[in-house]
Design a protein around this ligand. Structure first.
Ligand SMILES: C[S@@+](CC[C@H](N)C(=O)[O-])C[C@H]1O[C@@H](n2cnc3c(N)ncnc32)[C@H](O)[C@@H]1O
Length: 264
């Protein structure tokens, strides 16, 4: 008899918890719906709410794996450049790092998503609205790991930016960018001319691969900026297919690549 009463109470508590969780999830989904933001990545806000669909989730899971970021980042100071909604910054924090996330957040809709995720994750990631061209150790200090993904080919002054990044890097730069895959001469340090996103968008003149550079250009540029060792972690497995496409279309192709560059 007593046992049955206890079971009934336990069942009631479980029901209440379930209802409470459902309410929290619904409130979060409502808040998310009313946010005028633009999400870039699949941030898991808890309560079963993720900010992007399964395809995007798969893409980011793969990216994370290919980047070969240290699993344990305890005691590391990390800079995430061009963070957008903060996906990687929050991941570094989850791995134990102290993180500064920067972005120029020219689009307020991007900035809103970052703040939204930061609040709901209870995150302590520091952030600064700043242009990567203005990086300076006297403003932000130095970092064990600098993360710079999906940005280099958007920029008008890439070499200048690599120098700025070097000035704040004390250990390793993790660079993910678009690599130019021409039919021939891939070993040459070549780079497509690119006036930078703003000018390219305004003029409507785009060559499709933005400011993509060959692997060779990237290594030379990193070396020239002061990095002493480069480790290419990833280039497209279908490089030869894209070389053939480049031949047939008479246009270099762009594929993702990842390089770790070291200061010592
Ligand atoms: C394609 S997104 C990459 C987002 C993220 N890093 C990733 O790899 O998924 C490029 C980001 O860089 C930011 N950005 C572009 N130019 C910038 C600049 N000059 N200084 C700082 N951030 C910039 C944009 O606002 C945007 O959030």
């Amino acid at each position: 008899m007593i046992r049955t009463e206890e079971n009934r109470r336990e069942q009631k508590r479980t029901e209440e918890n379930r209802r409470e969780q459902k309410r929290t999830e619904e409130n979060l989904r409502e808040e998310l719906k009313s946010l005028e933001g633009s999400w870039h990545s699949p941030i898991n806000l808890g309560h079963g709410v993720i900010t992007a669909d399964r395809n995007v989730q798969r893409r980011f899971t793969r990216r994370l794996k290919l980047m070969q970021i240290p699993k344990n980042m305890t005691n590391m100071r990390v800079l995430d450049i061009g963070t957008w909604d903060g996906f990687f910054a929050f991941e570094f924090e989850r791995r134990g790092a102290e993180v500064l996330a920067i972005d120029n957040w020219n689009d307020d809709k991007q900035f809103r998503t970052f703040l939204f995720a930061r609040k709901h994750l209870n995150s302590k990631v520091e952030y600064r609205k700043m242009d990567v061209h203005d990086l300076d150790p006297s403003l932000v200090g130095r970092f064990d790991v600098v993360f710079f993904a999906g940005m280099l080919y958007h920029l008008r002054y890439p070499l200048n930016v690599l120098e700025k990044i070097r000035s704040v890097t004390e250990g390793c730069l993790i660079l993910e960018t678009v690599i130019m895959v021409p039919f021939i001469h891939e070993h040459f340090p070549m780079k497509a001319f690119f006036p930078g996103d703003e000018e390219a968008n305004a003029s409507g003149r785009s060559w499709g691969i933005s400011g993509a550079a060959t692997i060779s250009w990237l290594k030379e540029a990193l070396n020239s900026a002061g990095f002493v060792k480069m480790d290419v972690k990833y280039t497209s497995s279908f490089r030869w297919l894209y070389k053939i496409i480049a031949l047939l279309t008479n246009m270099p192709q762009g594929r993702r690549g990842i390089i770790h560059a070291f200061t010592r």
